[in-house]
Write a protein that binds this ligand. Structure first.
Ligand code: ACO
Length: 435
């Protein structure tokens, strides 16, 4: 097959042939298409990156039409069923699932970084008791760059490796401290013997007992949720990580920026918003009226729709299964019944069917988090912990890619041509300034 594209510029009648590589053309190949020597050359215009590949990657594959998600070639369903979160983190960051011996070494390398500098606690104490834990997490992750100034040597592989382990190790500690700060409870130090997820639960919920021993079913549900959230290709926060990282900013700053992107309600904060929506609906009987409100353009059904999935989000399917396990343990929560009814009605309704709007990962995750014992304010924090693995894998890949440079999109200029300066006393007083 001839892997080229022939373009005829009807302005000049010139013909151009450009190569096609893995279903893409290079946007810079279009720059040769000009109307004259002064012409800058053709660009692509793609607000919100609807059809632009910004990198080559071999970390996460997803096919939104078919509802497929794979990390390094392994289907997400298989990983969620068989692996621990740290095994999956090893796969994403180090390209392969670990052997038993490798896992032991990797777990040690991550867990030895779970401690925080004592001053970080003082930093956290500065926040109000009702500060949103996501705001605390973002600020504290950014502040970590001041503790590890070597992190800015991003082209040194060994230093990069160390920061990756630091970040993955410290995230649960920061998240747990942010939670305990809101409660006014004393912080609980990490306990490496418990492993990644159980240590996190211990730091969150230990009171007077020597170690918090939670239900193994709830611990596994949390582990599965961590696996499902670990990476998701070039989404908004991951692209932010790559964008900020492309300026060679240190990984703590880049991760804090990615977390800022995640904190928006159209992205990682949707799980918190789903819970508020379910509270607002109150009971199953109110679902049809709520759906009507959405169809009338009054808001969005949170946890529904996805830029890439135009089919059932495979993560939502696994989460639904995990919800059944959790509710068998904790007793059924009325929210799950409202959610199931919302899904049932929406998936039969032409508004949602014609727009290919299906439940996404956030639709059921919040219900599980709540059943496990978290308040909605913690949901996005719980998303950020595992996603840090994905962000770092993508950041590392970006820095190792010789084609990547500082990210710098172009614009289509719609403003004035050059204007003549007017002195302040002569400016038009009737003109209303834009806000
Ligand atoms: N409820 C109602 N209508 C919706 C929803 C929704 N949740 N999502 C999209 N639509 C409608 C839009 O209004 C639009 O309708 P129109 O064609 O009549 O104008 C159509 O479906 C297409 O939607 P877009 O906004 O163009 O889709 P886009 O790809 O830009 O947005 C997004 C994707 C942001 C996820 C969107 O579906 C949404 O806002 N969902 C709710 C928030 C949410 O759950 N976010 C979490 C996503 S998963 C994650 O980030 C982890």
């Amino acid at each position: 097959m001839d892997e080229t594209l022939t373009i005829v510029d009807n302005r000049t009648k010139q013909t151009y042939t450009i190569p096609i590589y893995r279903g893409t053309i290079r946007a810079t190949d279009l720059r040769q298409i000009k109307t004259g020597a002064d012409d800058f050359g053709l660009m692509t215009y793609d607000p919100a990156y609807m059809n632009t590949a910004s990198c080559q990657s071999n970390i996460t594959f997803l096919d939104g039409d078919k509802g497929i998600l794979r990390y390094r070639g392994y289907p997400i369903e298989v990983l969620a069923e068989n692996c621990t979160f740290l095994e999956v983190a090893h796969l994403l960051l180090r390209r392969e699932l670990p052997t038993e011996q490798q896992l032991e070494g990797w777990t040690h390398e991550v867990m030895r970084h779970t401690f925080l500098h004592e001053n970080v606690k003082k930093f956290m104490d500065g926040f109000n008791y009702d500060a949103h834990p996501m705001g605390i997490l973002i600020s504290t992750v950014a502040a970590l760059s001041t503790y590890y100034p070597d992190a800015k040597n991003v082209h040194d592989q060994q230093i990069r490796k160390r920061q990756i382990r630091r970040l993955i190790g410290k995230l649960p500690t920061l998240a747990a401290y942010a939670f305990r700060h809101s409660k006014g409870w004393p912080y609980v130090y990490p306990d490496a013997d418990l492993g990644y997820t159980r240590n996190f639960m211990n730091m969150l919920w230990r009171r007077t007992e020597p170690k918090f021993i939670g239900s193994p079913i709830l611990a596994r549900a949390l582990e599965v949720l961590f696996i499902l959230h670990a990476d998701h290709e070039q989404n908004c926060s991951t692209s932010t990580m790559r964008m900020v990282g492309s300026s060679n900013a240190d990984p703590f700053s880049a991760t804090a920026a990615a977390m800022c992107a995640l904190s928006g309600p159209l992205h990682g904060d949707a799980n918190e918003k789903v819970l508020h929506m379910l509270d607002e609906i109150e009971c199953k009987e109110n679902v049809p009226a709520y759906i009507k409100k959405i169809k009338d353009g009054k808001g969005k059904l949170m946890g529904f729709g996805h830029r890439v999935y135009k089919n059932y989000d495979p993560r939502a399917r696994i989460i639904k299964w995990a919800a059944d396990q959790v509710f068998a343990e904790t007793g059924r929560n009325t929210k799950i019944d409202i959610a199931l009814e919302l899904e049932r009605i929406a998936l039969e309704d032409d508004y949602f069917v014609s727009r290919k709007l299906y439940p996404n990962v956030d639709f059921y995750s919040g219900i599980i988090y709540q059943a496990v014992g978290f308040k909605p304010e913690m949901f996005t924090v719980l998303f950020a912990i595992p996603r840090t693995v994905g962000w770092l894998a993508q950041w590392n890949e970006m820095l190792s890619d010789p084609e990547q440079k500082i990210a710098r999109p172009r614009q289509v200029w719609t403003g004035h041509e050059v204007r003549e300066y007017v002195a302040i006393e002569k400016r038009d007083k009737t003109k209303v300034a834009a806000d």
